[in-house]
Design a protein around this ligand. Structure first.
Ligand SMILES: Nc1ncnc2c1ncn2[C@@H]1O[C@H](COP(=O)(O)OP(=O)(O)OP(=O)(O)O)[C@@H](O)[C@H]1O
Ligand SMILES: [Mg+2]
Length: 391
């Protein structure tokens, strides 16, 4: 590795953008394949190609001068990535691992087969009749998921009864962009809360795990994380951590692996899905951990030893900021920073649109209620939900 080392990042969202600071620290070059000239990462990278990541010729040309390729999202077709590997390029994580984050059916099959990982009852349902039969068997409501192409709740349907069984087939066909999309039926888990564990693995097999977080998703979007997950017994946290490390090892993941879990009311957990890139539930690590997920992702991609994942403080809370109506946030920032010197705000460089994730806030400290209160106040203030003088 040297200052002439170039990491190619495919996808120009906030995850690529937040890789930039650790790349400066490591003195490596980042090259971006962006969806458009104005996406969040394109506003900070100096080496930007605008192009379609599903176009093989464009991805090849982009990758040619890079020492290693990594990702901001999981949507690059596996076929294209295999082609890069065949040409001798380093792709990290590699297509064999990444497929398990791209394809929820493959993920369920693999985790059940090799690791016997806890899962909700699930079944591949080739047609409406199969989905109805599955629902009748496990009990309605059920969840239906498109095997591929989902994000932020798109491609996930809650079906209340047999009358809803046609919906996922109709809607997933519209969004499939030519890929083979299968429908999976899943037991509806009436979870007490969601959890996430983030591990990072390097090609040599070294791995680190961040403390388990509690995560709150609303309307398919991550809204809040609390680390460590309150009230999670040490033994269970250790078991979840081991599960994350085992999955990373089994799939030979390189870089960040996020394992999303649901915790039932009886305390037991099931795996929801996997992501292989820095993850929204790990944004707290920039400020709250000794080494951020973004730095450890780059270190793993470069096959450098990984950094300390431990918390800096007792508690760390992240709250996502969704776009509201305000576009100039100067006075809001003034209020928030003045009120809480421990607050950090990260904007994603996106245009403000109602409901869209435009940034996040993180704060930390010794008392969870206090930390939560400060983080939520700041996020609500930046979203225009509260005004001066309100608490
Ligand atoms: N079997 C289930 N039972 C109950 N709720 C579920 C189930 N599966 C998913 N959910 C809920 O739907 C959310 C989105 O599901 P999932 O993570 O599979 O979709 P996604 O759109 O790929 O998400 P992401 O934005 O994380 O990529 C979960 O975070 C969870 O809140
Ligand atoms: Mg998810």
């Amino acid at each position: 590795m040297s200052r002439s080392t170039t990491i190619g990042v495919i996808g120009g969202g906030q995850l690529a953008r937040m890789m930039y600071a650790p790349a400066i620290a490591l003195d490596v070059n980042l090259r971006l394949l962006a969806e458009g000239p104005d996406v969040g990462a394109a506003r900070v990278f100096k080496d930007v190609t605008v192009g379609d990541y599903t176009d093989e010729a464009i991805v090849r040309e982009f990758a040619a001068g890079c020492d290693v390729i990594t990702f901001d999202h999981e949507h690059v077709p596996t076929r294209i990535l295999r082609g890069l590997v065949d040409e001798g390029l380093l792709v990290r994580p590699g297509p064999e691992a990444l497929e398990h984050a791209q394809d929820k059916l493959l993920m369920r099959e693999r985790l059940t087969r090799t690791l016997d990982a806890p899962a909700p009852a699930w079944r591949r349902c080739p047609d409406e009749a199969a989905l109805r039969a599955f629902g009748d068997e496990v009990g309605w409501p059920i969840i239906a998921k498109a095997s591929r192409g989902g994000y932020d709740g798109h491609g996930v349907w809650k079906l209340d009864g047999p009358q809803d069984a046609a919906k996922p087939f109709a809607e997933s066909l519209d969004a499939s962009a030519g890929e083979t999309v299968q429908i999976i039926g899943e037991e509806f888990v009436d979870f007490a809360r969601e959890l996430s564990v983030i591990v990072v693995r390097s090609p040599s097999g070294q791995a680190v795990a961040y403390p388990v977080s509690e995560t709150v998703q609303r309307d398919g979007v991550c809204r809040e994380t609390i680390t460590p997950a309150p009230g999670l017994p040490d033994e269970q946290a250790a078991a979840i951590t081991k599960l994350g490390l085992d999955i990373a090892d089994d799939l030979r993941v390189v870089g960040v692996l996020a394992v999303e879990l649901m915790q039932r009311t009886d305390g037991s957990v099931v795996v929801n899905e996997l992501a292989m890139r820095p993850h929204n539930t790990g944004h707290w690590t920039i400020d709250g951990a000794r080494t951020s997920q973004f730095e450890n992702h780059l270190r793993a991609v470069l096959d450098l030893p990984l950094g300390d994942p431990r918390l800096r403080d007792d508690w760390c809370v992240m709250v996502n900021v969704l776009g509201g109506t305000v576009t100039d946030l100067t006075s809001e920032l003034l209020h928030c920073f003045a009120r809480d010197p421990r607050l950090r705000v990260e904007f994603y460089g996106k245009g403000v649109r109602p409901g869209r994730k435009v940034g996040h806030v993180v704060t930390y400290g010794e008392n969870l209620d206090d930390v939560l209160g400060r983080a939520r106040h700041a996020a609500r203030y930046l979203m225009g939900e509260i005004r001066e003088g309100q608490s």
